[in-house]
Design a protein around this ligand. Structure first.
Ligand code: FES
Ligand code: FES
Length: 152
């Protein structure tokens, strides 16, 4: 598969989950495991541009496809992605454990709906849980990122 623009190939047991492949084979530990049962969204990555929970997919299901993780969002020069910048500016994180998944889900949400309402942001992020309950600033961050896209 392609991960963050680079080819990654490995032989893995059939049952290997994509999240474990990313963390253990590709060394990309920004994708977190929160629940392992498709509930929390901490493992969210982009698969061919759309957000997926990587604990719900086998690594083999991503064979030949393109995966983007939180490590792949900033550009090569280290410039943060607009959604990352907005999370920082709006204090959209507390402990940060859910943050990579939230950011990836937000990137996918804004790709599908570049100018969401607050309600649409809340609905769009329903599959991602923040145990710190910092949702207010997360929603503000996504709306700020959308606003930045509109004015840039
Ligand atoms: S670890 Fe995948 S949804 Fe929680
Ligand atoms: S910032 Fe702590 S779980 Fe979301």
């Amino acid at each position: 598969m392609t991960v963050n623009g680079s080819q990654v190939a490995a032989e893995v047991p059939d049952r290997t989950l994509l999240v474990h492949f990313l963390r253990e084979q590709a060394g990309l530990t920004g994708t977190n495991v929160g629940c392992d049962t498709s509930s929390c969204g901490a493992c969210t990555v982009l698969l061919d541009g759309r957000s997926v929970k990587s604990c719900t997919l086998l690594a083999a299901q991503a064979d030949g496809r393109s995966v983007v993780t939180i490590e792949g969002l900033a550009d090569g020069a280290g410039e943060l992605h607009p959604v990352q910048r907005a999370f920082r500016a709006e204090h959209g994180l507390q402990c940060g454990f859910c943050t990579p998944g939230m950011v990836m889900a937000a990137v996918s949400l804004l790709a599908e709906n570049p100018a969401p309402t607050e309600e649409e942001v809340r609905t769009g992020l329903e599959g991602n849980l923040c145990r710190c309950t910092g949702y207010h600033n997360i929603v503000r961050a996504v709306l700020a990122a959308a606003g930045e896209r509109e004015t840039s």
